[in-house]
Design a protein around this ligand. Structure first.
Ligand code: NOJ
Length: 532
């Protein structure tokens, strides 16, 4: 059932993030599902990824796209069943693809039976002790217990008709669990075991720096009105609700559970903390294996930004004691084609940045659809946007969650589902006709084939996933990096073409992110892997 051996597989793995709702729809209801994932595993195998990470597919009202879980041990009927999960993971393992699932421990859905029981049982009951209920301030408790704000905007507390307040660091439909309650801890140990028994190779831990709150729930002392946001998207500074020391006890409880299974079962932290030193505390043989590094995703398309971020990420990885993770796109941020300028320029730059990323030591996380060069969909009608942050902040993450185009035309929903299927849950732009997987399949210069080629070369040169980064002399806006013996990456971020010979390099081009000049020159916004 599980792929045994090579416990260190994650160190240089290429992991493909599947957003199940938007990946592939097998049952034709307009929403992606696990059988859809299963049907596209051969595509992922041909793409050349080592693992997939599935965003939540658990029972959920989808108030936050599934990051509001109502049953941690079941599949939402819209996504299929546990039987479908078993078939999907069985096929994935059969193809040598590992499977990571998302674990959402900071909060559940308000539809979770435990939260419903807490509401029904009333103040002071053991049921309420599963969540963060509290009394309000002010003469009749009309003010929230403290000044904490939701990451999605607005107060982090909601008042109930019985007068008590409950905490939700995200949407009101996502009440925070009370991790001081040993029953909550036991529940999550059991949830880990449930999925490990079903063969999962690891967990991506959502808001891994959450869960434990500072004693007494002290106010932050500053509100959005005074100082931008109280905390950034997921907090990058010390606030009393993130990165508290007690959270490490939880990972120390989880690690022996992961280690008791064969084959290298891992935990990857989505942790936004103030310093690399604090991040390092999450990682190691007693806690989680790896943490996301979002700095690369945040960098502008500038040589200096990339160089700074790469150097810093590698230094941090050394401090943390685990290889870093590189990410350019995910379900929470604008797709990188659009971040880099959209249109042809954006795509050219995105392809160059991808080639840079895939030549760096560590693991790389791809987001479904980036291999097709999809842009962010910016013109979704407001009434179709579902991101809970949208109503509160005007910022929406829906544009990177539009269902994938597999083939055909927009009237066919780009074959997201079978013939005659309901329309995809978010509308796709007609212009994606040229970007479907089918349209790119046989086009040698397509983005899909660029990813396939780069991943094949990465497999043929396993040393590319590790080793050192050596910067070679170059003009300010050209990056030249020597990698494993014999491979040099050149990224031309200047306005005019450069030739490898200018840097004293001769060799065979292995792959480039766009066509090279007849003289072998590398045009602007283009990356090249050169065998030297
Ligand atoms: C991080 C997830 O990536 C994001 O999509 C979600 O909204 C929050 N955590 C809350 O679970």
């Amino acid at each position: 059932m599980t792929i045994l051996g090579n416990d260190d597989w994650w160190r240089d793995a290429v992991v493909y993030q599947v957003y199940p709702r938007s990946f592939a729809d097998a049952d034709g209801d307009g929403t992606g599902d696990l059988q859809g994932v299963r049907s596209r595993l051969p595509y992922l195998k041909a793409l050349g990824v080592d693992a997939i990470w599935l965003s939540p597919f658990y029972t959920s009202p989808l108030a936050d796209g599934g990051y509001d879980v109502a049953d941690y041990r079941d599949v939402d009927p819209r996504f299929g069943s546990l039987g479908d999960f078993d078939q999907m993971i069985g096929d994935a393992h059969g193809l040598g693809i590992r499977v990571i699932v998302d674990l959402v421990p900071n909060h559940s859905s308000d539809a979770h039976p435990r939260f419903q029981a807490a509401l029904a049982a009333g103040p002071g009951s053991p049921e309420r002790d599963w969540y963060m209920f509290g009394e309000g301030l002010g003469e009749s408790g009309e003010l929230p217990p403290n000044d904490w704000e939701s990451i999605f905007g607005g107060p982090a507390w909601t008042r109930l008709p019985d007068g008590q307040w409950y905490l939700h660091l995200f949407a009101p439909e996502q009440p925070d669990l009370n991790w001081e309650n040993p029953e909550v801890r036991a529940e999550f140990r059991d949830i880990l075991t449930f999925w490990l028994d079903r063969g999962v190779d690891g967990f991506r831990v959502d808001v891994a720096h959450g869960m434990i709150k500072a004693e007494g729930l002290p106010s932050v002392g500053r509100s959005s009105d005074e100082d931008g946001r109280q905390a950034e998207m997921l907090g990058d500074e010390l606030v009393p609700y993130f990165d508290q020391d007690g959270v490490h006890d939880i990972y120390r409880e989880w690690r022996p559970i992961l280690d008791s299974y064969p084959g290298g079962r891992i935990g990857v932290a989505e942790a936004w903390v103030a310093t690399p030193e604090r991040l390092a505390r999450y990682i190691g043989t007693e806690e989680l294996h790896q943490a996301f590094n979002f700095d690369f995703m945040m960098a502008d398309f500038h040589a200096k930004s990339f160089r700074t971020v790469i150097d810093r990420s590698l230094a941090e990885a050394e401090l943390v004691g685990a290889p870093t993770t590189w990410v350019l796109s995910n379900h929470d941020k604008w797709r990188h084609v659009t971040r880099y300028g959209d249109g042809e320029t954006g795509l050219r730059r995105a392809r160059a940045a991808t080639l840079l990323m895939l030549a760096l030591p560590g693991s790389a996380y791809l987001y479904n659809g980036e291999e097709l060069g999809l842009p962010e969909v910016l013109d979704l009608p407001d009434e179709l946007r579902e991101d809970p942050a949208f109503l509160r902040t005007g910022e929406s993450r829906d544009g990177c969650r539009v269902p994938l185009p597999w083939g055909g035309t927009v009237t066919e929903g780009f074959r997201f589902g079978p013939t005659g299927a309901a329309r995809p849950w978010l509308p796709q732009p007609a212009s994606w006709e040229l970007l479907t997987a089918d349209a790119q399949e046989d086009a040698p210069d397509s983005t899909l084939n660029l990813y396939r080629t780069a991943l094949r070369i990465r497999r043929e040169h396993p040393a590319l996933g590790g080793g050192q980064v050596k910067w070679l002399d170059s003009p300010e806006d050209v990056l030249v990096i020597a990698r494993e013996p014999g491979l040099v990456v050149v990224v031309n971020i200047s306005d005019s073409p450069v030739t490898p010979a200018e840097f004293g390099l001769t060799g065979e081009p292995l792959v480039s992110s766009g066509p090279l000049g007849a003289d072998g020159s590398i045009p602007a916004d283009t990356a090249l892997w050169l065998a030297v």
